[in-house]
Write a protein that binds this ligand. Structure first.
Ligand code: ADP
Ligand code: ZN
Length: 737
C-alpha cells in the first residue's frame, strides 16, 4: 500500500484501544484499522484479527488511519507469541512487492509460511531416536528407525513420523514402549543444536585460502556486498564458502545457504555437520509442518545460526542476517514460476542490501546476468582456478552423429559404446545423460499419424513405462497407456518415438548386458530419501553405468566416474529461446564436470548433429570468456537482459478469443509504456499456450536498462478490469523470451 510507505521506520508501541493499521494475508488492496488489544502491541507484531466472520493473520504495520467509522472498528484478537516483524523485513517485502508488482498480502503470505503460527502455545509430544534396541526387527520397525536416523536432529509428531516411515502409529507406539523411540514434550521450543564455528575446516589450498580470505574480509565489513565465486565443479567452492559461513557465525550473525534442489541438501547437511559439529536448520518442501513452525520461530529469535533451504527461505524472519550463499546461482529453478514470480538470486541481493549482509553467488557456469555484473564491477569476483587435488576438467569431444551408423530406435552410437566398454573393462563408471524424463517424448499412432496430446494443455503426453502411464509434464495429469488410438480408433498401432531416460536405460541394458545400470530420474523415486540412498549407492561404486536427466548434472560427487556421454547435445539449442545458448552451455559444462573428480582423468563425449555450431564449439573448447563475450554482445545488440529490461504480461482464460481481445486492448493503450520509451510486443501465444484448459497469451515489454519499468507497468495495467475467469500476471525478467 503505497500511501503508508513513509511510516515504515516507526517502532511505536500502541496502548490498549489505540488505532493500528494491519496488513493481513487476505487479498485486500489496503491496510485495515483495528484497536490495539489489551496489553497493547508493537509495530511489527504478528496478530490475529477478525475479518467478517473469520480470524485472519496479520502484521501491525503502523498507526491506524482513522478513515473507518470508529464505531465499527474492531479489536485485535491477540498478539502472537513470536518475534515482531523487523523494519528491514517490512522494507524487503515492500520493495519485493514493488519489483515484482505483487500485492502486499501475497508477499506477507510468503513471509508467514509456517503452518500453525497462530496456534496457541501448547505442550505436545514429539518423537526422536532413543537409546534402546527393539526386541525383534520387522520391516515396518526398520523403516521407522531409518526415518529417525536420517533426520536425527528433527522432531516429529506421532503422525508425521508414522507417515514418513509409511507405517501405522501403533508401530511407533510399540517402539516407544521399548525405548527405541523417545517421546518428549513441547516440540516448538526445542532448541536447535549449536554449530561450532571455531572448529577447524579442511586445510585449504593456496587458491582456496586466498578466495576464503577475500570472502571473510568482506563479512568483517558488516555491510552489503555481492561476490561471484566462480570455479569449476570440484574446485572446492563449497569448502571456501563454508569458511565464509564460519566467519559469519563467529561474528554472531545468521547465515543462509540456498540450494536449487532438495536432492542436494542431504550431502550438504553431512558436510555442515562434519565442519561445524551439528546439523543446520532446514527449510524446504520436504520438511514436516512441526519442524517448519519450529524453524520459523528459531530463525525469528535469532537462535537458528545457519539455515539451509530452498528459495522461500529468503522470507524467513532473520534477526541478524549476515550472509546469503546462493549455490549454483545460474540454476533456473531459482525462478519461482507459480504465484509470486520472483528470482531468488535477485531477491537474495535485495534482502542483503537492506539488512547489510554479504551475498556469495557460487557457480561453475555463472548466469550471464551475474557475469555481466562482475565485469562491470557491481559484484566482486573470486575465482578458483583448478580442481582440488589431481582432478582436472575432463577432455571434451564431439561425436559427429552424421558419421555414425545408427540402427533405427537406438541412441547410443558405436563410438560412445566403445568408450563405455573401455570404462567397464577398467572398473570405472560411465554416465549417459539425456535431459528427457519418461520413456519416450512422443506417442504416435502409426495408422493416422496423430500424437497423443494432453486434453488440457498445449503439450504432448509422455509415456512413463515405469509408472505404466502417460503423463503431461505441464499439468501433471496421468492416464493409463491406451492400446487404442484416441484419434482414429486403430488397435495396437501406438508407438513410442524418440528417447527418454527410461528408454535409454532399456537400450543400455541390451548393449551392456553385464553392466549394473542405475537410472536416475525424479519420477522413479518416491521420496527424496530414496533418491539420496540411490545416489549414495552409486557414489560407493554399486553401479557401472548411471543414466540420468538434469538431476545428475547437479552437484553430486561420483568419484569413480570417468566418462560422461551426452546423448543429444543439440536438444537445448532448438527453439527460439534467446537463453538457449546460455542454458545449453551451462548444462553441458555441468554434466561434463561429473567426470573425473578423483584421481582419474575424465572424458566427456557429446553426440551432436552440428559439431560446428558455435555453442557446441564453445562447450568443447571450454573457452568461457569467449563464449560469454559473444553471448553478451548479442544480447546487448538485441537490448535484452542483462543489458535491457524485459517484462512479460501473461493473460489467461478459458476462452481464447476473449484472452486475445484483452491482450489487444492492452497493446493499443500503451501510452504509459511509450512515455518511458518502452516497446510492447504481442499479444502472442505464451511459450506454453495452454495449461490446465486455460489459454495463455503473452505481451512482452522491452525497455532500456535505466527506464522506470515497474512504475510504467503499474500505470499500464491499473485500468484493466478482469471479467469472468480472466487472469493477469506480471513476470519481471521472464526466463524465456
Ligand atoms: P565444488 O563446490 O566447487 O564442486 P567441493 O567443495 O564440493 O567443490 O569440493 C570437491 C571435493 O573436493 C569435495 O569432496 C571436497 O571435500 C574436496 N575438497 C575440496 N577442497 C579440499 C581441501 N582443501 N581439502 C580436502 N578436500 C577438499
Ligand atoms: Zn496437461
Amino acid at each position: 500500500p503505497p500511501e503508508r510507505r513513509g511510516r515504515l521506520s516507526e517502532r511505536d508501541f500502541f496502548d490498549h484501544g489505540a488505532l493500528v493499521a494491519v496488513l493481513t494475508t487476505q487479498p485486500l488492496d489496503r491496510l485495515l484499522d483495528y484497536k490495539a488489544p489489551e496489553g497493547g502491541c508493537m509495530t511489527g507484531a504478528f496478530v490475529e484479527v477478525p475479518l467478517g466472520p473469520r480470524k485472519v493473520l496479520g502484521v501491525v504495520w503502523g498507526p491506524g488511519q482513522g478513515d473507518f467509522d470508529p464505531a465499527r472498528v474492531r479489536s485485535v484478537i491477540r498478539v502472537l507469541d513470536v518475534a515482531p516483524m523487523r523494519d528491514e523485513m517490512k522494507t524487503f517485502l515492500t520493495r519485493a512487492a514493488d519489483y515484482t508488482l505483487t500485492p502486499m498480502p501475497a508477499m506477507l503470505r510468503l513471509a508467514t509460511r509456517a503452518p500453525g503460527l497462530s496456534d496457541p502455545p501448547s505442550m505436545r509430544k514429539v518423537y526422536r531416536r532413543g537409546a534402546g534396541d527393539p526386541d525383534r526387527m520387522t520391516d515396518a520397525r526398520r523403516r521407522v528407525i531409518a526415518a529417525l536416523d536420517d533426520f536425527g536432529s528433527l522432531s516429529f509428531t506421532l503422525k508425521e513420523l508414522a507417515d514418513m516411515a509409511g507405517v501405522t502409529t501403533s508401530v511407533v507406539k510399540g517402539l516407544v514402549k521399548q525405548g527405541v523411540v523417545r517421546e518428549e514434550d513441547s516440540p516448538r521450543d526445542l532448541p536447535l543444536p549449536r554449530l561450532d564455528p571455531a572448529r577447524p575446516g579442511k586445510e585449504l589450498t593456496a587458491d582456496q585460502a586466498a578466495a576464503a580470505r577475500i570472502l571473510c574480509e568482506s563479512i568483517r565489513g558488516e555491510s552489503y556486498g555481492t561476490t561471484l565465486l566462480k570455479g569449476v565443479t570440484g574446485s572446492g567452492k563449497t569448502e571456501v564458502y563454508l569458511e565464509a559461513v564460519a566467519e559469519c557465525l563467529r561474528r554472531g550473525r545468521q547465515a543462509l545457504v540456498l540450494l536449487p534442489e532438495i536432492a542436494l541438501t542431504a550431502e550438504f547437511l553431512t558436510r555442515v555437520q562434519s565442519r561445524f559439529g551439528a546439523l543446520p536448520a532446514e527449510w524446504h518442501s520436504g520438511v514436516t509442518m512441526t519442524e517448519r513452525r519450529r524453524v520459523w520461530k528459531m530463525v525469528g529469535r535469532g537462535e537458528a545460526q545457519l539455515v539451509v533451504g530452498a528459495r522461500s527461505a529468503l522470507f524467513l524472519p532473520f534477526q541478524n542476517l549476515g550472509l546469503i550463499i546462493v549455490d549454483e546461482e545460474h540454476d533456473t529453478s531459482y525462478k519461482q514460476e507459480d504465484g509470486v514470480l520472483y528470482n531468488a538470486r535477485d531477491m537474495a541481493v535485495l534482502r542483503a542490501a537492506i539488512c547489510g549482509a554479504q551475498v556469495v553467488l557460487a557457480s561453475a557456469t555463472p548466469s550471464l546476468e551475474s557475469w555481466a555484473n562482475a565485469q562491470s564491477g557491481k559484484y566482486g569476483m573470486v575465482e578458483l582456478g583448478s580442481r582440488f587435488g589431481p582432478a582436472v576438467m575432463p577432455e571434451m569431444r564431439a561425436i559427429d552423429m552424421r558419421a555414425e551408423k545408427m540402427q533405427a530406435g537406438t541412441w547410443i552410437s558405436p563410438t560412445l559404446r566403445r568408450a563405455v566398454e573401455e570404462r567397464l573393462a577398467r572398473n570405472e563408471q560411465a554416465m549417459l545423460f539425456i535431459n528427457r524424463r519418461g520413456f519416450a517424448p512422443v506417442t504416435l499412432c502409426r495408422a493416422c499419424g496423430q500424437q497423443i496430446a494432453c486434453d488440457h494443455c498445449d503439450s504432448r503426453m509422455v509415456e512413463h513405462r515405469f509408472l505404466k502411464r502417460l503423463m503431461c509434464h505441464q499439468c501433471g495429469e496421468t492416464r493409463p497407456i491406451p492400446t487404442v488410438c484416441p484419434s482414429c480408433g486403430a488397435e495396437d498401432k501406438l508407438a513410442p518415438v524418440g528417447p527418454g531416460v527410461e528408454r535409454l536405460g532399456e537400450e543400455a541394458a541390451q548393449v551392456f548386458p553385464d553392466a549394473r545400470i542405475a537410472v536416475l530420474s525424479s519420477d522413479l523415486f518416491g521420496s527424496a530419501r530414496a533418491l539420496k540412498a540411490e545416489i549414495e549407492k552409486i557414489a560407493a561404486g554399486e553401479a557401472d553405468i548411471v543414466i540420468g536427466t538434469q538431476l545428475v548434472a547437479k552437484g553430486h560427487n561420483f568419484p569413480l566416474l570417468t566418462l560422461v556421454g551426452v546423448i543429444d547435445a543439440d536438444l537445448g539449442l532448438q527453439g527460439a529461446d534467446l537463453r538457449a545458448a546460455e542454458r545449453t552451455f551451462q548444462l553441458m559444462r555441468q554434466v561434463a564436470g561429473r567426470a573425473g573428480r578423483a584421481d582419474k582423468p575424465g572424458t566427456a563425449l557429446l553426440q551432436t548433429f552440428q559439431p560446428e555450431h558455435p555453442v557446441i564449439r564453445a562447450i568443447l573448447s571450454g573457452d568461457e570468456t569467449a563464449f560469454w563475450r559473444t553471448e553478451a554482445a548479442e544480447r546487448d545488440a538485441a537490448g535484452v537482459p542483462p543489458f535491457g529490461r524485459l517484462a512479460g504480461i501473461i493473460l489467461s482464460g478459458p476462452d481464447v478469443a476473449q484472452v486475445f481481445d484483452l491482450g489487444n486492448a492492452l497493446a493499443r493503450n500503451d501510452a504509459p509504456l511509450r512515455a518511458i520509451g518502452a516497446q510492447v510486443f504481442g499479444p502472442a501465444a505464451a511459450p506454453i499456450a495452454r495449461i490446465r484448459g486455460r489459454h495463455r497469451v503473452r505481451l512482452l515489454v522491452k525497455a532500456a536498462k535505466s527506464a522506470p519499468l515497474q512504475d510504467a507497468l503499474a500505470r499500464w495495467i491499473a485500468p484493466v478490469r478482469l471479467k469472468g475467469d480472466l487472469r493477469l500476471s506480471v513476470d519481471i525478467d521472464p526466463q524465456s523470451f
